[in-house]
Design a protein around this ligand. Structure first.
Ligand SMILES: [Zn+2]
Length: 391
């Protein structure tokens, strides 16, 4: 109890007592931290119990009607814009990931409507869950519930497994735009701007990559050899070719992207060889996952679907390039087809301002493929297959 309260309680100011008392106790300012005003009162002060009774008084509406909303509003607004994934976007000059705006609303399209719109015949049911679409350009085979699909027999992955409602198959609109549409263009040559390709032999120096199951040979050595063989083949096809390394040196991932930036390269192609504990074998070709979709490979990295990365500006052309190269490798070498895949974590893909792909040209952990890769003739075939895709 104090004198101020006693005086006020007799006057007409009775309804405002808690406010006046609170203001007197809290000093001034500090609007950001209203709640702690009770906390800040030190133990032993007779004023301590005062701030707690306010609920029984309607005073706040009368005294500070305009101020309250201005404190409250600013806080909720920033929240949606700060989703915790501010991922590892490496180079500085490029825009930060931006959360997707309303465009990302899921939208499903009847497969039949899309087929008609794109000049395909009506989908033919080829099994309990699979559908085939045919046109002059080729044929898709899609399966309800599965992301893996084929285009002219070559495997790729949808962002969303097709769904079925009452026996009617649907595809996701993002797949229509970001997956199926680029594949339809696969017979068109890759666009040349300045005619510059950056080839990126994976690993190097202290980063040896994977090791052959058969010998002490490493991925970094084979990748460099592959790139050195590919360079003259591309030059013979009119490209200017720059390698991110021409020796066994350590090259940071950011430097690899920077080289492409400095060269204002039209295309970026990273060359790697794979490894797995289990008996995997075959070819995988990667490009960046479009925003709104899940990746097919995450390697335990976060895979935030709600961000747009710099490389996403090239989604269409990157998948087009990926399928052209993938198809050429399968046609010319006949490896097992593990499909065109999508990953979001690969630094050499996600920060690019140009179509960019990463080829995993076989498994050094597979005895058969390790043996093939040890052969210079086979590596020459690998190089030639990539070059043919860029004619
Ligand atoms: Zn690698």
């Amino acid at each position: 109890m104090n004198l101020l309260t006693a005086v006020l309680s007799r006057s007409r100011l009775l309804p405002f007592v808690p406010i006046i008392v609170a203001l007197a106790l809290s000093g001034c300012g500090g609007p950001e931290k209203r709640q702690p005003s009770g906390v800040r009162i030190t133990p032993g002060t007779t004023r301590a119990p005062r701030p707690q009774p306010p609920p029984s008084y309607p005073a706040p509406r009368v005294v500070t009607p305009q101020q309250a909303p201005t404190f409250v509003q600013p806080r909720p607004q920033p929240l949606p814009q700060v989703p915790q994934p501010v991922p590892t976007v490496v180079p500085k000059p490029q825009p930060l990931p931006v959360p997707i705006q309303p465009a990302a609303r899921p939208q499903w399209i009847p497969l039949q409507s899309w087929a008609a719109q794109m000049g395909f015949s009506a989908p033919t049911r080829v099994s309990q869950t699979s559908y085939q679409l045919r046109s002059a350009a080729g044929s898709f085979q899609l399966e309800v519930g599965k992301r893996a699909a084929t285009w002219n027999g070559y495997k790729f992955h949808l962002g969303f497994a097709p769904a079925s409602t009452n026996g009617v198959p649907f595809i996701h609109s993002l797949d229509a735009d970001k997956t199926l549409a680029p594949l339809l263009q696969v017979n068109r040559p890759v666009a040349r701007g300045r005619g510059v390709i950056v080839l990126d032999p994976g690993h190097g120096g202290i980063d040896v990559g994977t090791k052959s199951v058969l010998s002490n040979s490493f991925e970094k050595t084979y990748a460099l050899d592959w790139a050195m063989r590919l360079k003259p083949l591309l030059e013979a096809r009119g490209w200017k070719v720059v390698l991110t390394r021409t020796t066994d040196r350590t090259v940071e991932l950011t430097e690899r992207v920077l080289i492409a930036e400095q060269q204002q390269a039209d295309l970026f192609i990273s060359l790697h060889l794979n490894a797995a504990a289990a008996g995997a074998a075959g070819l995988e070709t990667y490009c960046l996952t479009p925003a709104g979709m899940a990746s097919t490979l995450t390697r335990n990295y976060a895979d935030p679907t709600n961000i747009v990365l710099p490389g996403n500006s090239q989604d269409f052309q990157s998948l087009h390039l990926a399928m052209r190269v993938h198809r050429s490798l399968l046609q010319n070498i006949g490896m097992a087809d593990r499909g065109v895949q999508r990953a979001r974590f690969m630094a050499v893909l996600k920060t690019q301002q140009r179509p960019a792909i990463l080829i995993e040209g076989g498994y050094l952990s597979d005895r058969n493929e390790a043996k093939l890769l040890a052969s210079p003739d086979y590596r020459q075939k690998l190089a030639l297959a990539v070059a043919k895709a860029l004619e």
